[in-house]
Structures are given as C-alpha cells and as structure tokens.
Design a protein around this ligand. Sequence first.
Ligand code: ATP
Ligand code: MG
Length: 347
Amino acid sequence: MKKIILTGDRPTGRLHIGHYVGSLRSRVELQESGAYDEINIMIADAQALTDNFDNPDKVRANILEVALDYLACGIAPEKATILIQSQIPELTELTFYYMNLVTLSRLERNPTVKAELKLRNFEGNIPMGFLTYPVSQTADITAFRADTVPVGEDQLPMLEQAREIVRSFNALYGETLVEPKALLAQNKACLRLPGTDGKAKMSKSLGNCIYLADSADEIRQKIMSMYTDPNHIQVSDPGNTRDNPVFLYLDAFSSPAHFERYLPEYASLDELKAHYERGGLGDVKVKKFLNNVLQEVLAPIREKREKLAKDPGTVMAILKKGSEKARETAAATLSDVKRAMKIDYFA
Ligand code: ATP
Ligand code: MG
C-alpha cells in the first residue's frame, strides 16, 4: 500500500507558532524523509466558510497568506501537492454520500465539534455545514487515500470519526476506502501549544498568537507581555513551570545549542526549570531567553516569506497546479466510491 499523507489548515488567518510545532515542522521533516509516496497539503477554504460564510473576503485573502507560510517553512511544491479544497468538487460529492453513515447524535458528541461550537458561541444556531464538517474532513482524507494524517491533538476525535465512516463504508459496500491514522508530534509540548494569554490553545480565532509573519519587534513585545505563573510575584517566590506558557514554549522550541549561545550559565532546560521552581529566577530573564530562541527560529522563515510575498502570481500558480493534480486523484476515488455504491450506471 502506498504511504500517503493528507494534512491542512483553515485559511482563517496567518499561521502561528502553534501550527509550526504542532504540524508544519513535522510536515517538512516528513517531506524530506522520503518515506512517503505522496504528500497532500490542503488549504481548507470550504471548511473555513462553514463558520465564516458571512466573511468571504477574509477566507479569500488568507489563501495566499497560508500558502506563503507553507512555502516559507520549507514545504516544497515539487515534493508536496498544495491544493485548495473548494476547487475540488469531488470532495463535496463524497461528503454527501458519507453523510448517510453518520448520525446527528454522533456528530454532536464529537469532542472537537463540542469544543469548537463553544469557542464560536453559536448558541443553538449552529450552521448545518459546521456541524457536519467532520464528514467533509473524512471526504478530504479518503479522497487522497491518505493513510497518515499529521494533526494537532485537538483533531484526534475528528480522525476517529473518519475511521468510523471508512469502516462503515467498507463493511456496507465492500473494501474501497483506506482507513487513516493520526500522526502526532513526538514532543508533548507541541501537541497543543497554549496561547500567549495562557489559554489552553493558541488559536487564530482567539487572537493569542505569535504569527510566523510577525516582525522581530512584535515577537519581542508579545513575549515580554506573556502570561506566566500568576503566583510568581517576587523573584524569590517559587514558580510553577508546568502550566506556564513561557516554559511550554521553551519545551517546544529550545535546544541545548540555544543554551550554549544565550544562557550558558544553565546546562539545560531542566536546570532552568528547577531554578524557577525553587525560587530566585525572574520572569524577565526567562522571557529574554525565549525571545532569543524564537527570534533565531523565526527570522529565516520571516525573511523567506517576505521574498515570496513580492511575487504572489507565482504562489497562486503553484496552488492552481496543485489543485488540478489533486482533482485527478479525488476523481479516481469518487469513481471507485460510485462503483461500490452501484451508482455508476453509464460506466
Ligand atoms: P481556527 O481558530 O480558525 O480553528 P486554528 O488556529 O485552530 O484556527 P486550524 O487551521 O484549525 O488552526 O488548525 C490546523 C492544524 O494545526 C490542525 O492540525 C491543528 O491540530 C494544528 N494546530 C492548531 N493550533 C495548534 C496549537 N496551538 N498547537 C498545536 N497544533 C495546533
Ligand atoms: Mg482550529
């Protein structure tokens, strides 16, 4: 069986460092590993419209922003196919057939759906399209016959839903679809990076993000005003490193080389944490170190992004080509699905 990846993002804003550690960084590693036959990266504009249908300009503008973030991080169009969801109508058709295999109560019980509904304050007026988006995600994954789906932890229940639909389909209509599995970041801190405000998840919709496109000044300002341990008031107070986003970011980003370069009086992150926990280490010192680390990681991405942004035509051409290629793959899967469902009358 071919090793195929599908992954993607909603064009609801620029991508942030949560995306970087949660999925972008590993996508590039997977791309470079040569272990996969195909990598498909989808800009999920149709899905973004399910809760932004009243703001098409936002979704449209962010297609280019997200593509720039991808390319700046090292996604290479000759190795990975970047596609725009809405340009592949076969995905909508698959969604329609899969909807028969899911109940309303199952969708309402999906923890990701529940969390996202709460976040968006729909209050009883849930758009149908939003509620059914796990079904459309299943269409995306299966259309490309993906067996591996790199996602953040928040998406695991979505993937479970996809696996259930695949099993139902195959049991009813015969072995047709590939059952996918999630690929999570190895580093625990990267599973769900918290926001700069200390909220559980950095998310475009919450405005608590450090963006890949942020300037050096913006990054420094955001770090210096970050939420830390609210009980760590005096430098001498013992501090908490466990739910402290500054330390969680260091977990996700810092390496021994960063300590050698910027904070040689500590041998490792464990030593720095131990000092903070016993007291005597101030937030400003830790934040300055985090700033050095993030500036080093983000500067090359930002520079590459600025260069690419000068030529949007080339970026859009990459997306067009990727979408055309993706459409061929999705059409082949749809034709298998129709055959299995016995609706291939004129074949
Ligand atoms: P929105 O608020 O519009 O939902 P988002 O910031 O949650 O945006 P998505 O486009 O929904 O971003 O997520 C894209 C991918 O990035 C998913 O695989 C998701 O799990 C991952 N991801 C998003 N936020 C984080 C985070 N804070 N930490 C780790 N992974 C994340
Ligand atoms: Mg999200």
